[in-house]
Ligand binder design. Structure first.
Ligand code: NAD
Ligand code: UDP
Length: 314
């Protein structure tokens, strides 16, 4: 039985990865310090003998007894309000945390996949973004703590690949949504859905003309799974290229939820990217992957999840 370590296991994406690897017949070791995650996301796995959980901060030395075939490094604050509140932890987990996990991968002769982000493209001058684009990031701006941690993560991962012959994979994840996001994590989808469910107006930042491209979580997890098992070591975009303005997105959520509330406009945060859309040619050609869940379907599934959570009072 193959054994995989997943860091950030109690988070949104990490918990879905745990489910997928259990389903595929792996022994899964989850690791998390619950900085932004929620243990409820993986509670259902605790009774399984295929699942182990370690409460640990991966920015400190990481030790795991026994063999490891794969490591997926997903630990990091990910939403702007989280990383703005915890800038140092964010920089540490992307740098020291990644270094620790690369060291562990080297010791165990394991293949490692690290979670990078479309934020490495910053406020992009090239559209849509292909993996060859080097990005436009303000290193000393508020978002720099996240973007530069992830850029360093990519650089040190490539260095371990080149100098230590480590088997490495780098996924550049574009905005992803679905069940197990935190309602209060400040990202636009939970924010709009929470506002609609609580009878509040939906807060659009700026004039709402900035764009994003939202990928449903199951599609993303499938892309990551395929990338891990592929032999492609350069960064790969995984995301849904269906692009929408934030204003239109708000209107879609008003329609879906049937709320009587309206869009209200707040100032645009500093360095907020104006456009973002993945070029997924590589994922299509190399992994045979493309997203299957369209936004209407994905939003419905996510709304059901949030509605249920609010009705249950958490
Ligand atoms: P999340 O906040 O839900 O999950 C992150 C998890 O990491 C949490 O459970 C948190 O407690 C844990 N964590 C943070 N610091 C840690 C540390 N030092 N030691 C151990 N655990 C720690 O976020 P998410 O949306 O699931 O994102 C997961 C990963 O994917 C992150 O690396 C993020 O940068 C990347 N990513 C996510 C998206 C997205 O749209 N969700 C987009 C791009 C990249
Ligand atoms: N946004 C918004 N209202 C909110 C939260 C976010 O209009 O309540 C905007 C935000 O300014 C950005 C977009 O929605 O332009 C996506 O924001 P999110 O934090 O979800 O992700 P990111 O900016 O990291 O892509």
């Amino acid at each position: 039985m193959k054994r995989v370590l997943i860091t950030g296991a109690a988070g949104f994406l990490g918990s879905h990865l745990c489910d997928r690897f259990i389903k595929e017949g792996y022994q899964v070791v989850g690791m998390d310090n619950l900085l932004t995650g929620n243990i409820e996301n993986i509670e259902h796995l605790f009774p399984l003998k295929e699942f182990e959980f370690y409460y640990h901060d991966v920015s400190k030395f990481v030790h795991v007894a026994g063999k490891l075939d794969y490591i997926l490094h997903f630990a990091s604050p990910a939403s702007p309000i989280d990383y703005l509140k915890m800038p140092i932890q964010t920089l540490k987990v992307g740098s020291l945390g990644t270094h620790n996990l690369l060291g562990l991968a080297k010791e165990k002769k394991a293949r490692i996949l690290v979670a990078s982000t479309s934020e490495v493209y910053g406020d992009p001058h090239v559209h849509p973004q292909s993996e060859e684009y080097w990005g436009n990031v303000n290193s000393v701006g508020p978002r720099g703590v996240y973007d530069e941690a992830k850029r360093f993560q990519e650089a040190i991962t490539m260095a371990y690949h080149t100098y230590h012959n480590l088997e490495t994979r780098i996924v550049r994840i574009f905005n992803t949504y679905g069940p197990r996001m935190r309602l209060d994590d400040g990202r636009v989808l939970p924010a709009f859905m929470a506002q609609a469910l609580r009878g509040e107006d939906l807060t659009v930042f700026g004039d709402g003309s900035q764009t994003r491209s939202f990928c449903y979580v199951d599609d993303l997890i499938d892309g990551i799974y395929r990338l891990l098992l592929s032999d492609y070591h350069l960064p790969m975009n995984i995301g849904n290229p269906s692009e929408i303005t934030i204003k239109e997105f708000g209107e879609e959520i008003i329609k879906l939820t049937g709320t009587k509330q309206k869009l209200v406009y707040h100032p645009l945060p500093q360095d907020d990217p104006k456009q973002r859309c993945p070029d997924i040619t590589k994922a299509r050609e190399i992994l045979g992957w493309e997203p299957k869940v369209d936004r209407a379907e994905g939003l419905k599934l996510t709304y059901e999840y949030f509605k249920n959570k609010i009705e249950k009072g958490n």
